[in-house]
Design a protein around this ligand. Structure first.
Ligand SMILES: *Cc1c(COP(=O)(O)O)cnc(C)c1O
Length: 460
């Protein structure tokens, strides 16, 4: 091994300038560079040829990529409102302010102020949640996947662990969430019924045995089936469940609180209220999809079942921390205050859905003006299509406005990468030979930042 040292002169630390540009803690830079140098030594020992300058350049490039991977704000110009890769729902100002207050001090997380004794965690939030979705009780955990596992763990005990699911609902939501696998992890035994396109009430009825733990409905969040299809109404399923004394559970996914049909020409998302009114015993949904809150999973429904769920040891493993609880509390209060009306709300995603294309076009014109002339691209204002994304409303096509950039003096990939890796990072999408920056997902205060950055990249 020592021969490697003879082949390569000892590497001096990379210039301080580099460490400063990437603004990483020095020990991290040192450790990163050491690992890279070790890898290069191996390469060279195995016969790869290189020069010191090339190695330095390669390591500097990788260090910059590593620095870019640090969690940082990104300007979302994709037109996808709930973009899971970009952190799903942004928070409103009220929620963010509350977060700062709780984060920087102490709080009554588990302290009863009037009594001066140990108190209940999330008691207020649970009452507000139940009030919002009109259920007997509610609670929150880390995400919807955890909520579903928790429900299944609670309801599947010993032999009584069969969970009946329609074959049309054995869905994959993405990022490792597949219904059959979630069931398996939870100790549930999957009983598939019906066909991909049709499941009848009698299919469910036939599958019920003394070992049936529950019937599970799963919202087809990110796809739809159309044509020769049918499924029983939730109320019919509920009657069947009551007859056999088994709970009916529905994973509704997105947690839309308002009638989404009225917001924009988009699909109908089931609301928690709808599901519960039709007789579902327990529902779960994400806190950071259409609800617009923090990453969390909400469980609502029958009081006795929620109480049981909360006494599961696993509940402790997936409980929310004070920061999440603060933001969720703020989001839920906001819905209660504004009665989920998009125009009055502080929830950014709902506001973004409600903006007219004319308003977006007016903003795009100001941006175009600010960018000014460049000989590296043709920039125009184009009609575009935004979507809700995040595994909600797969057919949603929200008319939108985008800046369409047709690069002439720079390659499309290079332009897109410069914007993604610059400061602020800007993520758009390519369509044909253009880069499109959709305004529906831009906050208006970001418009000048995007114009400025485009100006730099296209004139620099
Ligand atoms: C998104 C989704 C989930 C997963 O929610 P997370 O909060 O990301 O865990 C589960 N079920 C359905 C139906 C969904 O749409």
């Amino acid at each position: 091994m020592s021969s490697a040292l003879k082949i390569l002169p000892p590497i001096e630390p990379l210039s301080n300038k580099l460490a400063v540009t990437v603004k990483l803690p020095k020990p991290l830079v040192v450790s990163f560079v050491r690992n890279e140098v070790t890898a290069w030594r191996k390469e060279i020992l195995s016969g790869v040829e290189s020069t010191r300058a090339a190695i330095e350049e390669s390591i500097a490039g990788k260090l910059q990529e590593f620095a870019n991977s640090r969690l940082q704000p990104v300007i979302n110009a994709t037109g996808v409102l709930i973009h899971t890769n970009l952190g799903r729902s942004p928070l409103g100002k009220t929620a963010a302010a509350a977060l700062e207050q709780i984060a920087t001090g102490y709080s009554n997380l588990e302290f009863d102020l009037p009594q001066g004794t140990r108190g209940k965690r999330a008691g207020y939030l649970e009452t507000a949640l139940a009030c919002l979705v009109q259920s007997e009780a509610a609670t929150a955990v880390n995400n919807c996947a955890a909520a579903l596992v928790l429900i299944l763990k609670h309801l599947c005990k010993g032999e009584k662990n069969e969970v009946i699911v329609s074959r049309s609902e054995l869905v994959e939501i993405g990022g490792g969430f597949r219904i059959p696998e979630i069931l398996e992890t939870s100790g549930a035994q999957l009983v598939e019924v019906g066909a991909t396109n049709k499941t009848h009430l009698k299919d469910y009825a036939k599958a019920i045995t003394p070992n049936t733990a529950l019937i599970l409905k799963v919202h087809r969040s990110n796809f739809y089936i159309e044509g020769f299809t049918s499924e029983p109404d939730i109320s019919e399923l509920s009657t069947l469940c009551i007859e056999h004394n088994i709970p009916l559970v529905e994973d509704i996914g997105s947690g839309a609180m308002m009638n989404t049909d009225e917001l924009a020409p988009i699909d109908h998302e089931p609301t928690p209220q709808e599901a519960l009114t039709k007789g579902v015993d327990l529902i779960c949904f994400s806190g950071d999809k259409l609800l617009g809150g923090p990453q969390s999973g909400i469980i609502a429904g029958r009081g006795d079942l929620i109480a049981g769920i909360k006494s599961e040891p696993f509940f402790r493993a997936v409980r929310c921390d004070k920061l999440i609880l603060t933001v969720l509390q703020e989001s839920i209060d906001e819905y209660l205050r504004t009665q989920a009306s998009p125009k009055d709300t502080d929830v950014p995603n709902l506001k973004a859905l409600a903006i007219s294309s004319d308003q977006l076009r007016a903003r795009a014109e100001i941006m175009l003006e600010a960018i000014g002339a460049t000989d590296k691209a043709d920039i125009s204002i184009a009609e575009s299509v935004a979507t809700t994304g995040g595994g909600t409303m797969p057919r949603s096509k929200i008319p939108s406005i985008a800046l369409r950039i047709t690069p002439t003096g720079i390659s499309l990939n290079k332009l897109a990468k410069l914007l993604r890796t610059g400061s602020p990072a800007i993520v758009g999408y390519t369509q044909d030979d253009n880069l499109q920056l959709d305004l529906r997902t831009l906050f208006d205060w970001q418009d000048p930042l995007v114009s400025q950055r485009l100006k730099e990249v296209l004139n620099g």
